[in-house]
Design a protein around this ligand. Structure first.
Ligand code: 5AD
Ligand code: SF4
Length: 458
């Protein structure tokens, strides 16, 4: 990763009009700085040109169009040299004549009204992607927020299979759309072939991976496009593949076909990671999540109607810019209403270049701490309750290997819980499915007793 303090791209802003516009131009330069753009006075050397326009003077828009004519030539010259130039029109002319600008000057990449400057990084990323450019930002990538689980060369009984990468959602706080680029789905045939190879090599449980996995829309062998539900039905037909999961999903892409698949595919495990981030409609909107809290409640209900033993896990962010105590309490009530078997919760931390980082009303650290502590206490309680609620149940346990103590077998429950079974002298192969009864719940695992040494199911 390159040094964030050494910009490699040049930004030229031409400002017309009032003090407000001058101020806005400074702000635009600020939000673009973390993307590696440094100001230049020379339009010719710019990688990005913003015309920040004003409508007050007569013929203002004609002036903008004649400037745009010159920029077209410059952009073409740069393209010949294999370089890119992003052209943006901001300010009142953009506001008043948005569609007219794109019609008369289709080489303009971005037209933005004054309310949308904080989304400039998103717009620049989209424009660069549309031009086929690789987005190479100077974001200090925080591994915690921008990774998929490591895929080890040695795939065991439980393995990951990446089916989708990138993200087009542009949540206000998140680096992934910039660092990982546009959503891409692998073709169905590649995925099926890889899954079959994995099963032949001993894998019994596959977790399909993607930053936005349920937005999957891959090309099928007949040329049509398959969504995730269709892909899951097909994978479920592979003999010897006992368990399927997928992660990570976005509530907006939880369509009815996918929800119903949870009721219809027995090997689709009854555990789903579905990040909600917040329970406040105001904050969800500020986060650009594209759904309301009640929509999430309905999805959870429908999933449980389809598969009554389904457990949910989620991600939460406390202290997003603008979050008030009332918003936080709405998150608390969503957690109480839905109930989670597991959850990851984070204090909001500004990722440079993302829209939220430039927003006013950042929440003081002490308030974030207090909210996180309150939320985590409730989530911890729910996790303990969930683990206790399955005690006494008979389940299939997928053996992963020997346990930590002599005579122990370790494995995974359908709800992804680590389970250990005392069975001295019995050493089943990893990948074996055992019938067990869950006996006792611990903070992060369960113990079980063996019911049969027979294979529980194929
Ligand atoms: N601050 C705090 N949490 C974040 N996440 C992503 N970006 C941020 C950020 N800037 C969290 C979200 C996401 C999880 C992988 O990381 O909850 O779902
Ligand atoms: Fe980031 Fe997930 Fe939002 Fe995409 S959907 S921007 S990966 S938080």
């Amino acid at each position: 990763m390159s040094d964030v303090t050494t910009p490699r791209k040049r930004l030229f802003i031409r400002t017309w009009g009032c003090q407000m516009n001058v101020y806005d131009s400074t702000r635009m330069a600020d939000v673009l700085a973390p993307l590696g753009y440094a100001p230049t006075e020379q339009q010719e050397e710019a990688d990005m040109v913003i015309l920040n326009t004003c409508h007050i003077r007569e013929k203002a828009s004609e002036k903008v169009f004649s400037d745009l004519g010159r920029l077209r030539e410059l952009k073409q010259e740069k393209a010949k040299a294999g370089q890119q130039m992003v052209v943006a029109v901001a300010g009142c002319v953009a506001q008043a004549e948005g569609a007219e600008i794109t019609r008369r000057a289709p080489w303009v990449d971005i037209v933005m009204g004054p309310q949308t400057y904080h989304r400039l990084p998103e717009m620049v990323a989209r424009a660069s992607r549309a031009a086929g450019a690789q987005i190479d930002t100077d974001f200090p990538v925080d591994q915690k927020f921008d990774h998929l689980p490591e895929v080890s060369a040695e795939q065991g009984p439980i393995a990951f299979l990446t089916i989708q990468e990138g993200c087009d959602k542009f949540c206000s706080f998140c680096v992934v759309p910039y660092t990982r680029g546009a959503e891409y789905s692998r073709p169905v045939a590649h995925i099926l072939a890889e899954a079959k190879r994995m099963v032949a090599g001993g894998t019994r449980e596959i977790a399909l991976l993607g930053q936005n996995v349920n937005a999957y829309h891959g090309e099928a062998p007949d040329g049509s496009t398959w969504g995730l539900a269709r892909l899951l039905y097909e994978l479920a037909e592979i003999p010897g593949l006992a368990r399927l999961r997928y992660t990570t999903s976005h509530p907006r892409d939880m369509d009815d076909a996918l929800i119903q698949a949870h009721g219809k595919i027995p090997s689709l495990m009854p555990f789903l990671h579905l990040p909600v981030q917040s329970g406040s409609d105001r904050v969800l909107q500020a986060m650009n999540r594209g759904h309301k809290a009640d929509a999430f409640r309905r999805i959870a209900e429908k999933l449980r109607e389809a598969r009554p033993d389904l457990a949910l896990s989620s991600d939460f962010i406390v202290g997003h810019p603008g979050e008030k105590e009332q918003d936080h309490q709405e998150t608390m009530s969503l957690v109480r209403d839905v109930g989670f078997a597991l959850a990851y919760s984070f204090k909001y931390s500004a990722r440079p270049g993302t829209p939220a980082a430039g927003q006013p009303f950042q929440v003081p650290e002490a308030e974030k701490d207090a909210r996180l502590a309150e939320l985590q206490a409730l989530l911890r309680q729910q996790q303990d309750e969930f683990n206790r609620s399955v005690v006494g149940r008979e389940i299939d346990l997928l053996v992963t290997g020997p346990g930590r103590h002599p005579g122990q077998i370790a494995g995974r429950s359908p709800w992804l819980q680590p389970v250990h079974v005392m069975a001295p002298g019995f050493t089943p192969e990893p990948g074996t499915m055992l019938r067990v009864r869950l006996a006792e719940a611990f903070p992060n695992s369960l113990s079980a007793t063996l019911l049969s040494e027979e294979l529980a199911c194929a």
